[in-house]
Design a protein around this ligand. Structure first.
Ligand SMILES: COc1cccc(Cn2ccc3ccc(-c4cc(N)[nH]n4)cc32)c1
Length: 243
């Protein structure tokens, strides 16, 4: 089944890179449809204004609700009926953390819409209205502040789309990853390839031994060491994936 992704932003060109590499191939193979929409196309004044001063005062500007309402209406009108509610992802610093778990959850959606804000955010009534017409997810990429939602949306889209069957060339790499690292499991072990000697540096002997049991043990040990050193918080969680 084809996954459809719509992005809405005042900088739609941010999403041109999605047509490169893996995601580009998925689009070419008809597995994925990506459309980027310019929010200013839903303004009608001479200055095509999308922002105004915040009620209650404070620095910066807030994105006006009207253009967002018209942009989201336009997405809903273009849906084949009868339609399941599309998913609306709104990147925001105040969102629920976007994790591998969230990516897997969203990878099952048929239609994803990303509303990318700028300025100090979007008038909250847009989210209140959207909650009635979409399956709304306010998501944070991490504990740092970006200037807008576009970079967060790009990262989320890549994390989601690579989980869609058929998009990634080698499905095995996903299975391994889902059990050993980068999810709520552990951090990835170090990887090596030819040449076995490079600038006087060797590849760990066990990896050349052909002893798969020893290799698995070495990798599990390295993952645990690295996780303990860099992400002790991941070790505390009891998870069925980790014996
Ligand atoms: C809303 O509160 C804000 C406070 C200060 C600046 C901004 C800028 N900004 C506008 C829209 C927007 C969307 C997402 C993000 C974002 C997400 C993550 N994880 N970091 N930053 C930042 C955004 C917003």
């Amino acid at each position: 089944s084809v996954m459809r992704i719509d992005t809405i932003s005042i900088f739609p060109e941010y999403f041109a890179p999605l047509h490169l590499s893996l995601i580009g191939k998925a689009i070419d193979h008809g597995l994925l449809e990506v459309s980027s929409h310019d929010l200013r196309e839903f303004t009608h004044d001479r200055h095509r204004s999308v922002d105004d001063t915040p009620y209650g005062g404070g620095a910066g500007m807030v994105m006006k609700p009207e253009p967002w309402g018209e942009a989201l209406d336009s997405i809903l009108e273009q849906l084949p009926s009868p339609r399941r509610r599309p998913v609306l992802v709104v990147p925001t610093p105040s969102g629920r953390p976007f994790t591998q778990h969230a990516a897997a959850e969203l990878a099952g959606a048929e239609h994803l819409v990303f509303a990318c804000g700028r300025y100090e955010g979007i008038d909250h009534r847009v989210l209140d209205w959207a909650d009635e017409h979409f399956e709304l997810h306010e998501l944070s990429l991490g504990d740092y502040v970006l200037n807008g939602g576009e970079v967060a949306a790009l990262a989320m889209i890549e994390a989601i789309v690579r989980l869609v069957p058929g998009v990634i060339g080698n499905p095995d790499s996903l299975v391994e990853e889902s059990y050993s690292a980068s999810t709520r499991g552990m951090l990835e072990y170090p990887v090596y390839t030819k040449p076995s000697q490079w600038r006087g540096l060797e590849v760990p002997g066990v990896l050349l031994s052909g002893d798969h049991g020893a290799v698995d043990a070495w990798r599990a040990l390295r993952s645990r060491e690295i996780t303990a050193a860099r992400r002790p918080d991941l070790l505390d969680q009891e998870s069925p994936d980790r014996p």
